[in-house]
Write a protein that binds this ligand. Structure first.
Ligand code: ATP
Length: 230
């Protein structure tokens, strides 16, 4: 579904990504793991077309999208869920869900969102400010699904959330996957990553230095946590 070849990115003179190549198949959840500053966010932003200083080839559904604007990438079915979640604090849950325009090929109806995330139906009149971190994350994911995205680029959805909420995010990601949506996910909690994802890439100084399956991540969990400084 997604194939990246030789993706490099710069901030001025400083190189943040160095010839990154990877692929994500339809229906997979693939994680990006790495220390702070490894280049994970830059990679997702470059895929979405939000980072201007990038070069390399990005193919999505057999089309070269490397030079398309973020808006056109969204139309093809890419959706970005930023780490700040981008929830409009003063608007209600339902307003947050009805605001984004349909841009992608597979938009979710409000009813489908509420069936998948019953918590959002319960909270639909609540303003964004009154939501817990987990509910905000749910809303951020649901909003991107409303736009019709087929591949979600998620920037660390579990960051700062309690273990119970992290577990709920896991269930949500499994439901999203069961609905046929593909996910490329930044995730530092490697224990959690091995329970939700299919494959993992470790990024260091802008390069993919290792690619692992769940068994390998489980076997090396403490070593990876130590390396990540968690
Ligand atoms: P984190 O988890 O801390 O966000 P990350 O793996 O997502 O880390 P990036 O945010 O992609 O890493 O950063 C990659 C490199 O690019 C780092 O060296 C960072 O300092 C640098 N960088 C990121 N944003 C900018 C910016 N706006 N201007 C200059 N350098 C930046």
């Amino acid at each position: 579904m997604l194939r990246i070849d030789g993706l490099s990115a710069w901030y001025g003179e400083a190189q943040a990504l160095r010839e990154v190549s990877l692929h994500v198949d339809e229906g997979e959840i693939v994680t990006l793991v790495g220390r702070n500053g490894a280049g994970k966010t830059t990679l997702l932003r470059s895929l979405m077309g939000l980072h201007r200083g990038a070069s390399g080839t990005i193919r999505f559904l057999d089309e070269d999208i490397s030079s398309l604007s973020p808006h056109k990438r969204a139309r093809r079915g890419l959706g970005y869920v930023p780490d700040d979640r981008g929830v409009f604090a003063t608007l209600s849950v339902e307003e947050n869900l009805t605001l984004p325009p349909v841009t992608g090929p597979d938009p979710w109806s409000l009813e489908r969102v509420y069936e998948t995330f019953p918590r959002l139906r319960e909270r639909r009149r609540f303003p964004g400010t009154k939501l817990s971190g987990g509910e905000q994350q749910m809303l951020a994911l649901a909003r991107v699904l409303r736009t019709g995205a087929r591949l979600l680029l998620c920037d660390e959805p579990t960051e700062g959330l309690s273990p119970l909420i992290v577990q709920q995010i896991g269930e949500i990601l499994r439901e999203v996957k069961a609905a046929g949506v593909t996910v490329l996910l930044i995730e530092q909690n490697v224990h959690f990553a091995a329970t939700v994802a299919d494959r993992h890439h470790l990024l260091a100084e802008g390069r993919i230095v290792e690619s692992m399956d769940n068994d390998e991540v489980r076997a090396r969990e403490s070593e990876l946590l130590q390396y990540l400084g968690i």
